[in-house]
Design a binder for this molecule. Structure first.
Ligand code: FES
Length: 139
């Protein structure tokens, strides 16, 4: 039921780990499935210089966090913010319907990390909302 790309990122996740003294850290969870995703960002001059993730969750959650980190590395904060869960799912050549919420977790973790960065630096980023504590399944 998973595409080749999902399986590839699940088996060989890119950018797994943590960043010490990260510019921003975002953690989100889904109470229903119990999965948790954390994204660490190193931001310099408004550009994502490095990004790592830690995910305790299903294969799709690991694959979506892995590809999301690849998609935002080297991007500006604004470009990173524009990456939606749909873009993440498309980059994996699609996700089964019941796994779409896993890609939402990736989008929310990224936004939460950028929010943390903005809070630490006392800046306002247009279009950025405070992170939700829990992301629920949509189905
Ligand atoms: Fe919940 Fe994948 S089953 S994040």
């Amino acid at each position: 039921m998973y595409t080749e790309k999902v399986m590839d990122h699940f088996r060989n996740p890119r950018n797994m780990g943590e960043i010490e003294e990260a510019s921003g850290v975002g953690t989100v969870g889904n109470a229903k499935c119990g999965d948790i995703m954390r994204i660490f960002l190193k931001i310099e001059n408004e550009v994502v210089e490095d990004v790592k993730f830690k995910t305790f969750g299903c294969g799709a959650a690991i694959a979506t966090s892995s590809i999301a980190t690849e998609m935002i590395k080297g991007k500006t904060i604004q470009q990173a913010l524009e990456i939606t869960n749909q873009a993440v799912a498309d980059a994996l050549d699609g996700l089964p319907k019941e796994k779409v919420h896993c890609s939402l977790l990736a989008e929310e973790a990224l936004h939460a990390a950028i929010w943390d960065y903005a809070q630490k630096n006392n800046i306002t980023i247009e279009g950025l909302e405070p992170p939700k504590k829990d992301i629920s399944h949509e189905e």
